[in-house]
Write a protein that binds this ligand. Structure first.
Ligand SMILES: Cc1cc2nc3c(=O)[nH]c(=O)nc-3n(C[C@H](O)[C@H](O)[C@H](O)COP(=O)(O)OP(=O)(O)OC[C@H]3O[C@@H](n4cnc5c(N)ncnc54)[C@H](O)[C@@H]3O)c2cc1C
Length: 166
């Protein structure tokens, strides 16, 4: 069993794999589509002007960089697996009938993700995180940079939980 189960292989989920890996933690990813990158891959040809370090970079280039960075950490990724709900112990139930679980669950399913995770739910459930567009914080704008920041904060917290430092 991996240290963390990540729902969604979009920018937030991929960055979560990387940040968890930096902290020495392993990840298993559940992705409904047959490829990674989320919305970023979907608008592949569109230039993005607000990525630090790039005057202009396309959605496809960002997605491919995030995938390459995440794959260094050798995550297990299940494509074509749509999560329907989760149960106690962070057990994810998928439409295929498959079930996955881990001591940490990172919800990174994007803004259209059907299972809303309110910030208060996460605050009261150690090991449960919502990051990227799936995190519904009041006044938060849906952009790539907040997703990366939230992934880093999540990994620090997950490390503390799993290594018994809290
Ligand atoms: C047209 C357009 C242009 C944009 N331009 C910019 C820009 O210039 N700069 C910028 O910073 N941001 C931009 N954004 C916003 C940016 O793309 C998003 O903020 C970012 O993609 C959010 O990443 P995420 O991983 O949270 O969600 P997503 O990219 O939505 O990824 C979520 C992933 O979770 C998967 N998933 C969802 N539900 C399930 C389920 N039940 N089971 C399994 N998997 C599931 C999805 O298939 C998807 O792969 C743009 C968005 C759009 C649509």
């Amino acid at each position: 069993m991996a240290d963390a189960l990540i729902l969604g292989a979009g920018p937030a989920g991929l960055q979560a794999v990387f940040q968890l890996g930096l902290a020495g933690l392993t990840a298993e990813v559940i992705e409904a589509r047959d490829a990674p990158g989320g919305l970023c891959a979907a608008y592949g040809d569109k230039p993005v002007y607000d990525m630090p370090g790039f005057v202009s970079v396309t959605g496809a280039e960002i997605a491919s960089g995030l995938v390459a960075q995440a794959m260094q950490l050798k995550p297990i990724i299940h494509y074509g697996e749509k999560a329907l709900r989760w149960e106690a112990g962070f057990r994810l139930i998928c439409a295929s009938g498959a079930e996955y679980s881990a001591p940490v669950l990172v919800v990174a399913g994007g803004a259209r993700f059907a299972m809303d995770v309110e910030p208060s739910t996460c605050e009261h459930s150690p090991g449960l995180f919502a990051i990227g567009d799936a995190a519904r914080y009041l006044g938060k704008t849906s952009y790539l940079i907040p997703a990366f920041h939230e992934a880093a904060l999540m990994a620090h917290r997950a490390f503390a939980i799993l290594k018994g430092a809290v």
